[in-house]
Design a protein around this ligand. Structure first.
Ligand code: PLP
Length: 430
């Protein structure tokens, strides 16, 4: 068997030269940005276009469209995408060797780095294919019996609500979905609504760290600490939170946390993670069964059969890109971009913001309605006339256009969106 070191030697200088040619431009962009950024504060750097121009150029985008749906999934920076392709090419030489023996063991480096970034133990983090998988492991893996209650909100993610609905149909659990005001006047309202729904039968509380509908951030720690005091397990849906704004596990206090990494971390599509509090691991059933010997091993949640190693290993490169900018700086820039359109539009008649702009309540995501014009028509008009991609949110209690810029979004793109909305206000969406 060829050792890893011998293999690396055998790929030799030619391979190294090709790799350098592939990636050095993107690295150069990030390091140029780093030099421009220096040690400056996040708030100051947020408005420095020379810094962000370097970041914008680190992506291979289609600038004939304005992509303001980064809440769905995001393009990776060139350096990440090239790493993914490189790992795929390597895997394809002899997958049983190159993928299973060379690449797959290095998932442990990814686990270690993700755990360090999130603030949990390495043995508490499973790498998944997305937030849905991560959350469903928790939702379907906790032992619950008929009559046990799960409390969530009616603004949680549809697939996660469907998952609980299925458990209600299958196992007879009771699902309670609480409503909350949009936007809420205070974070207290959110905690109060969830905690008020608890009864002696409540076993699980499930809610978003930040909602996908309006970008509302929840007071997670306050809710989780109280739930824990009452012996209730907490599942936090962090699909949009990780790498959008800075936080650590100690700021949350939950039992289970699921996130996607193809959203704000800009990792390859098909990546996410699940955090499970160490003492909860043995009792949580994996979605894809594992040998009993692995009962207490976080890796039991990764028994998904044959899968590409390229995707999860390229997370490491996305983390490096993310850390190159820095969480604080990224969040400050995202808020700056969001405020640029929201502050301009909010003063206008017939514009309703469903997102509270206070940084404690929100970050990149904002949802805005033009009253009197159906939201799907606004979204179609944005696309047809300006090639702007935004997301229509139509909830039973409100509706609006969800706008999610990213670090690569230019001020001109944001301004084009704001001007387009102003024109729709004036002339309608027909
Ligand atoms: C709040 C929330 N939870 C879960 C998910 C599921 O994420 P994924 O499709 O990456 O599994 C999403 C996706 O947009 C989401 O917005």
């Amino acid at each position: 068997m060829v050792t890893r070191r011998a293999f690396l030697r055998s790929t030799g200088a030619a391979g190294a030269a090709t790799l350098t040619a592939f990636t050095n431009q993107a690295h150069a962009r990030l390091s140029a940005a780093g030099a421009l950024g220096g040690g400056r504060e996040a708030a100051e750097l947020a408005t420095d276009e020379s810094y962000w121009r370097e970041i914008q150029q680190a992506f291979t985008l289609d600038r004939t469209i304005i992509n303001l749906n980064n809440g769905g999934c995001c393009p990776s920076p060139r350096v990440v995408h090239e790493t993914l392709k490189r790992y795929l090419d390597l895997s394809n030489q002899a997958p049983v060797y190159h993928m299973w023996q060379i690449l797959e063991p290095n998932i442990e480096s990814v686990r270690r780095r993700l755990a360090a970034a999130f603030g949990c133990g390495t043995e508490e983090l499973a790498i998944t294919r997305n937030a849905s998988e991560a959350l469903q492991i928790a939702q379907l893996g906790i032992d619950l019996k008929a009559g046990d209650e799960v409390v969530t909100t009616n603004q949680d993610y549809g697939r996660m609500l469907d998952t609980w609905d299925q458990r209600a149909r299958r196992n007879g659990i009771v699902l309670k979905k609480v409503s909350f005001p949009v936007p809420p006047a205070s974070l207290d309202v959110l905690a109060e609504r969830l905690l008020a729904a608890i009864t002696p039968a409540t076993k699980v509380l499930h809610f978003c760290h930040i909602t996908n509908l309006t970008g509302q951030i929840f007071p997670v720690k306050r809710i989780c600490d109280e739930a824990r005091r009452r012996g209730i397990q907490t599942i936090v849906d962090g699909a949009h939170a990780f790498a959008q704004f800075p936080f650590r596990l100690e700021d949350l206090g939950c039992d289970y946390y699921g996130t996607s990494l193809h959203k704000w971390l800009l990792a390859p599509i098909g990546t996410g993670f699940l955090y499970v509090r160490r003492e909860r691991i043995p009792a949580l059933w994996p979605l894809t069964p594992a040998n009993e010997a692995r009962k207490s091993d976080i890796r039991k949640f990764e028994e998904i059969g044959t899968h590409p190693a390229a995707n999860h290993n390229a997370i490491a490169e996305a983390l490096t890109f993310h850390e190159g900018i820095g969480s604080e700086r990224k969040a400050a820039r995202l808020r700056y971009l969001r405020n640029r359109w929201a502050d301009r539009l909010k003063t206008q008649a017939r514009i309703r913001l469903h997102t509270n702009l206070d940084p404690a309540h929100s970050c990149a995501i904002g949802t805005v309605q033009i009253t009197g014009v159906p939201t799907p028509k606004v979204v179609s008009r944005l696309w047809d006339r300006w090639r702007i991609i935004a997301t229509p949110i139509v909830h039973a209690e409100y509706e609006g256009v969800r706008v999610t810029p990213n670090v690569y979004t230019t001020l001109d793109e944001v301004d084009t969106f704001a001007a387009a909305m102003e024109e729709i206000v004036k002339k309608g969406a027909e």
